[in-house]
Design a protein around this ligand. Sequence first.
Ligand SMILES: O=C(O)CCC(=O)C(=O)O
Ligand SMILES: [Fe+2]
Length: 306
Amino acid sequence: MSLQNMFDAESDTQSVAEAVMRDGYAIVSNAIDAAELEAMRSDLRPHLESAHTGHEDFMGSRTKRFGALIAKSEAVQTLLMHPMVLAAADKALLPHCVRYHVQYTGVMHLEPGEKAQVLHRDTGLYPFANPCPPMTVATMWAISDFTEENGGTLLVPGSHLWEDARVPEAHEVLATRMPAGSVLMYTGNTLHGGGRNASNAPRTGVALHYSLGWLRQEENQYLAVPAEQARHLPREIREIMGYALGSTHLGFVDHVAPDDYLNGVRDAADSDLAPEGMSEQVDALQRLHVSDSAPGPSRYYEIKTE
Ligand SMILES: O=C(O)CCC(=O)C(=O)O
Ligand SMILES: [Fe+2]
């Protein structure tokens, strides 16, 4: 098996999204330009110097990590809102939620000598057996080149549809190869892990994950970015962070919608927790079915009176 689903910035956006759904992953080469890449590098540089390597096996004893990238970098906004990534997230997540949010933002910087990480699914954070609908979509942005030698993310194409019990064979595991400025996308159901860095230079990636708007986010965006800073972020960044309702009534503060609250609204009468159209959208969602009983016709139950 060899790496497929290689696209570039000119590719048809829907084809990229379809590849992610079909095979569990896609790669877009040179998705950002040299200036955007350099802006990202310069935002990360001071934080990378002071970052620590992992102290648990999963996090990697030679891997530097840090998160809260929306607070630390303005350049990350371009990556976060990249149209090809959002198209894939729309296709994977919007059947099951009215809005998706940022799940995680972080740097994964593999120093030379790092060993391969255990393969895993990001949906493993939640109590759902695979195969299950995608709960999250992950991106891994290459800030340095990604090669087989330097620990380019390991992937198991097609594993998003496997039963939990199926263990991949060595020939089913592929290493991501992509030049700096490219992005790998995969669903939370796809088996993956950091590779082994057998080169003599670090491999730097920026991981930006998205999740269904009704799930608890892996990284707490409301504490990661101080409110005073969040207030000045562009509206679409605040919304995707979770300052927009995740569904009707989901995420309010003292009965005020979070973005209103952030902007000083304190009276519930001045805020709408079931905005026009959202209830209909909620009703139109493809509902996840995770019990053994047959799905019912409704989620509301009128008490029958004689
Ligand atoms: O560093 C990588 O390529 C992936 C790491 C990863 O999947 C994780 O830490 O959860
Ligand atoms: Fe992971």
